[in-house]
Write a protein that binds this ligand. Structure first.
Ligand code: FUB
Length: 282
């Protein structure tokens, strides 16, 4: 993607890969203070459609309209749910009928709010949602302590307490992502500022998770943030950001995609960072 965007949350909807991003193109250049989220889509991972700004903080009446950070989007029953970290202390949810919206605030209040919700943590950011095979949805989020909470069937409310997830190694910093591969839950996350992307596995989406290794090494800037597309036309992919576009830096990040490989025993091989991305997937 040839503009400054970051924090890729990649999903396959209707046979097409959609990547939802923090919009570094429109921040002030010295902080992540963009107020909009951007999206791109592709059917082959080479030709990308710029879907533009798909949601802004203006959609949330309760937002201070200060910072729109790493989002996630999931699909259920033909609708698309945009989980939006707002201003570093709350997470909202907006709903639309297509992968690119238009999205409207679904509940008129934060789904999670730092000062309102027990155990929301110091910084409830970086939402990532997994809808499990049995239909139960889990929302992961948080800085320094990974948090998980079940969502109601309509994805619009919390369904139980916010739990601290146990990850052996204690090196969680931010950027949670949850995937499932051959029945095992794979939790990946950034380890710090700067950070690598590490992963840990469990037999349960609630953990405890056992640290397994590094998926992606440092990317040369203060943040690292990645997501996994599992089995798109037979292969898996890691989407992540770095600062390789001309003019890039901590606040001018850009997105790349490389192949992700699992060994026969389920271990992930550390991703080789390319500058050109992946080959066309016809
Ligand atoms: O883009 C702002 C923040 O930087 C994200 O929320 C973090 O994950 C880090 O990538």
């Amino acid at each position: 993607m040839t503009q400054f965007v970051a924090d890729p949350a990649a999903h396959v909807f209707n046979g097409r890969v959609y990547v939802y991003d923090t919009d570094d193109q429109t921040n002030g250049g010295t902080y992540w203070n963009s107020t909009a989220w951007h999206a791109f889509s592709s059917a082959n991972l080479v030709d990308w459609t710029d879907e533009g700004s798909v949601l802004t903080l203006q959609a949330f009446a309760y937002a201070a309209k200060w910072a729109a950070w790493a989002p996630d989007v999931v699909s259920k029953d033909g609708r698309y749910y945009f989980f939006a970290p707002i201003d570093r202390w709350q997470i909202g949810v907006a709903v639309g009928d297509t992968p690119t919206g238009p999205f409207t605030d679904a509940i008129g209040a934060p789904l999670i709010q730092k000062d309102r919700d027990l155990n929301a943590g110091d910084e409830p950011i970086d939402p990532a949602v997994l809808i499990d095979d049995d239909g139960q949805a889990y929302l992961y989020f948080g800085t320094r302590v990974p948090k998980v909470v079940k969502l109601t069937a309509d994805l619009l409310h919390l369904d139980g307490p916010i739990i601290d997830m146990s990850v052996s190694g204690n090196n969680y910093a931010e950027a949670p992502w949850m995937g499932k591969h051959n029945g095992t839950y794979y939790f990946s996350y950034s380890t710090g500022w700067p950070g690598q992307i590490a992963y840990a596995t469990s037999a349960s989406p609630l953990g405890p998770f056992a640290f397994q290794g590094i998926v992606l090494d440092y990317v040369g800037i203060s943040t690292n943030h990645a997501s996994v597309v599992e089995n798109f036309k037979g292969k898996s992919y890691l989407f992540y950001h770095n600062a390789k576009l001309p003019g890039g830096g901590d606040y001018r990040r850009s997105i790349n995609v490389d192949e992700l490989h699992y060994n026969a025993n389920g271990a992930i091989t550390q991703v080789v960072q390319t500058t050109q991305g992946v080959a066309c997937v016809p």
